[in-house]
Design a binder for this molecule. Sequence first.
Ligand code: G1P
Ligand code: ZN
Length: 543
Amino acid sequence: MTFQTVSTKPIEGQKPGTSGLRKKTRVFMEPHYLENFVQSVFDAIGGGQGKKLVIGGDGRFFNATAIQIIIKMAAANGAAQVIVGQDGLLSTPAASHLIRLNKADGGFILSASHNPGGIDEDFGLKFNAANGGPAPEGLTQLMFEATEKISTYNIADIDDVDLTKIGSTSRADLQVVIVDPVESYQALMETLFDFDAIRDLFAGGFTMRFDAMHAITGPYATAILEDTLGAPSGTVVNKIPLEDFGKGHPDPNPIWAKPLMDLMMSDKAPDLGAASDGDGDRNMIVGRGAYVTPSDSLAILAANAHLAPAYRSGIVGIARSMPTSAASDRVAKKLGVEAFETPTGWKFFGNLLDAGRVTICGEESAGTGSDHVREKDGLWAVLLWLNILAVRKMSVAEILRDHWHTYGRDYYSRHDFEAIATDKANALMTDLRARLTDLAGQSFAGLTVASADEFSYLDPVDGSQSNQQGVRVYFEGGGRAVFRLSGTGTEGATLRLYLEQYAPPEGDHGVDPQLALGQVRDAAQSLCRMEAFIGRTTPDVMT
Ligand code: G1P
Ligand code: ZN
């Protein structure tokens, strides 16, 4: 076997974003593109010598090819062992768990999450650290710096590994272990939740549809919900992971999971509808006729977590990303635990979880999770909901109403304006930033600004500072608008406008959210001069 040192040159734009490096698949397939980034990761972590690494992805086009390259580069960089999901598959939370379980030094996760897959769609790669969580900003910065000065990469001239066969083989000094992607993840779930209570729930006639969206959670949901918990066969739909996700957009929200939403709003709706995304870290929860926003779901899970065995003795704190609604803060207050507001992206939760400051975390973008891994976890959220439903014996709609009557309702919606010319989107944000200090006291579309700032975060654990994390505008009367640019897109810029309006416990909670948010939306659009900067005010996606 020979190790090759291949000459290369820096490739522009290999800066990891909100969640790793994400580009068009064809870009990743260009000569040296993947190799340069993988070598830069090895360089950033101090080399591969003796390291144990987990490797797996969501099965999208180029997944298996990329994994063979990463294995060859791991061998050439001196790694001792790689643990790879069978067929190259691992959901993101399962990968996080495997890193922790095996005390690995980290792992490569191949996914562009909820972005479509295929040769003309998106691909992504991220590195998670030894705690199982996405590399923190300090480390992604080192990776980026390495991509800017790379001149060679190391790759071994070895045969491809048969990813279909579970077991251990070696390639020179590298041990390659192929594992069942579901087994240890399922074992972890069984320690967290009351599987007997959930089994009784299904045995009692509780009905559910889980839409795996032709993505990674199909095998996980089938094994856990149908084969273990006794949900009838057919509960999990679109269960075979496809390289192009059936040409769909594997994003579990009311727009992209429309068939599920339509079913749940019809008279044929089962008791619970749920969906997960490309790599299995997002979730959507919808009851019969009752959509649960991710921000509400986070708050409800936190308020009821003690009903599941893992959290019986209570939670220590709740963290939410800044754009996520304040619903979970109200729960933290009532429970008397700490509440944290972090920048967008799961990597900011890692330190808080490692330090034991929080138990439950969540983002408005359909991500919820806990200290059981260091990623958000779609199926975990679904199982916690099932556990709560099994204990409380109420419908999803009843649980929602009960929650609002206790805490009030945070009406919430996110409006996305996609594929805007990058310079126009940047100009809007620059202009907004320049006017921030003058906004308080000014009125827009009949709403007066109470305060406005640009969010920056001082990590209370390691003292690192992250600036320019989005603009927050608070209005008199309990409204808030947040403006930020997406860090996961692969084409142009996406402006995200997050809208929120609080209605107290005694208020009317039955208003259509887009109506309840109409005034905040109008004020936000006028305040940022949206029409003038980007030439439109109709969003592409509203969640
Ligand atoms: C989006 C979401 C964010 C999430 C990330 C990865 O990032 O908004 O909450 O952590 O995807 O799933 P954005 O495109 O907004 O940077
Ligand atoms: Zn995802």
